[in-house]
Ligand binder design. Structure first.
Ligand code: CO
Length: 212
């Protein structure tokens, strides 16, 4: 009986063969470099893989994932991915994708001692505080959690637009849109939250970065 770990290599060889059958030059072409037009910031949750749920192939989406798809301004990993995506890859679209049933968001709504991750989840509690009136008015716990998932995505979109990286791209007249999406693990459907930001016109002025 093979372990899940051992099966990974079987799966890999099968995938290589299937891919080459469809396109014999696939790996040769990809080995020349990447120019993905989209940056995806998603949750680490194993049920929400960026390529599979969007029907895209390797080379099409640059991906950053963490618990609950957060944009934390002191997170060097996120900032490095964002800077590289915007300034080197020159992506035209950034997606923040949350998902219903997110363990990070559900944990942030509780008070269980969880150790280190509490510090990460506290940023989601801050989102709750910002929207407390709306959230507290939702009686169903599931619907309240779903709305927090959506509001958290919208706040992370806002957090992206606060960065000098995104604002400098706009100051330099680069075409760059930041989108908020939510994925439903119950039916596989991905929806746009209608939270797209294309420029800094809606940003409160104290967040604005001046041109160097
Ligand atoms: Co999640």
């Amino acid at each position: 009986m093979k372990s899940t770990y051992e099966k990974l290599f079987e799966g890999n060889r099968k995938w290589v063969n299937d891919t080459l059958e469809k396109d014999p030059d696939f790996f040769e072409k990809l080995s020349r470099g990447q120019k993905p037009p989209v940056l995806w910031i998603g949750c680490s949750d194993s049920r929400v893989p960026a390529n599979e749920i969007t029907g895209t192939l390797p080379g099409e989406i640059f991906v950053h994932r963490n618990i609950a798809n957060m944009v934390i301004h002191t997170d060097m990993s996120m900032l490095s991915v964002l800077d590289y995506s915007v300034n080197i890859l020159e992506v035209t679209d950034i997606i923040v994708c949350g998902h219903y049933g997110c363990g990070g968001v559900l944990a942030a709504m509780e008070n269980k001692p969880l150790g280190i991750v509490e510090n990460w989840l506290r940023h989601i509690k801050d989102v709750y505080r910002l929207h407390q009136r709306e959230l507290d008015a939702i009686k169903s716990e599931e619907l309240r959690a779903n709305r927090l998932v959506e509001l958290n995505v919208i706040e992370q979109v806002f957090d992206l637009t606060k960065t000098s990286i995104v604002q400098n791209a706009w100051l330099n007249k680069k075409k760059l849109a930041v989108h908020g999406l939510v994925y439903d693990v119950k039916n596989g459907i991905l929806n746009d939250l209608d939270a797209t930001v294309n420029d800094s016109s809606e940003l409160p002025k104290y967040y604005l970065v001046e041109k160097k």
